[in-house]
Ligand binder design. Structure first.
Ligand SMILES: Cc1cc2nc3c(=O)[nH]c(=O)nc-3n(C[C@H](O)[C@H](O)[C@H](O)COP(=O)(O)O)c2cc1C
Length: 178
């Protein structure tokens, strides 16, 4: 695959999405940039492809409006969505894909596993997780979606690591074939 004029942009609060983005960019030898700092990069002429890495917070893919504001949404090739969403949870995945397509209609979407250490998140995120947890715990087990069940388990175990960098290698193999 030609690496010409492609860039990697990420949003990340606790570093997991950033690590995926940097691995991907290093493997393809592409410039990589936090979305808060990317306007200068976006102003460079001739960018033809954008790869986005973005985490999920409260069922929302972070950074999409900001990135779509700075880069032409039509050149966003793929959005890698990072979180605890269960790959079998088709309904939630569709919901996330719809969010991406609202901003970046031509992008394909890939799901990557997230990571959390509850003792290291901000006080407001701890509060938020507490509220989400209490809400889910009120439901009977069978009423939770697979992702809601994962979020419950994530809070109970305090540390969860679903990252899998080999997924990036598989994706790279596929990109290089095309
Ligand atoms: C407050 C909070 C809310 C979250 N909500 C979701 C969610 O709705 N769906 C999901 O799949 N993952 C959710 N996660 C998990 C994060 O997406 C995951 O920890 C991800 O790795 C964070 O990426 P970052 O380290 O790049 O910020 C949540 C995490 C926190 C702390």
């Amino acid at each position: 695959m030609s690496k010409t004029n492609a860039v990697v942009i990420y949003a990340s609060k606790y570093g997991t999405t950033e690590a995926y983005a940097k691995d991907f960019a290093t493997a393809l030898d592409l410039p990589v940039c936090d979305y808060h700092k990317c306007p200068a990069l976006a102003a460079e002429p001739g960018i033809e492809k954008v790869y986005v890495f973005a985490p999920i917070y409260r069922r929302t893919v972070a950074g999409l409006p900001e990135i779509a504001h700075v880069f032409d949404p039509d050149i966003v090739e793929r959005v890698f969505v990072v979180g605890m969403t269960d790959p079998e949870d088709k309904e939630t995945i569709q919901f996330l894909e719809d969010q991406v397509h609202d901003y970046m209609p031509r992008a394909s979407v890939s799901l990557l596993g997230g990571k959390i250490d509850i003792d290291k998140v901000s006080t407001s995120d701890k509060m938020l997780l507490k509220v989400m947890y209490a809400f889910e715990k009120r439901k009977a087990m069978g009423e939770r979606t697979p992702t809601e069940q994962r979020l419950v388990e994530m809070v109970e175990s305090r540390q969860t690591d679903m990252t899998d960098m080999t997924l990036i290698e598989h994706l790279l193999e596929n990109l290089q074939k095309n």
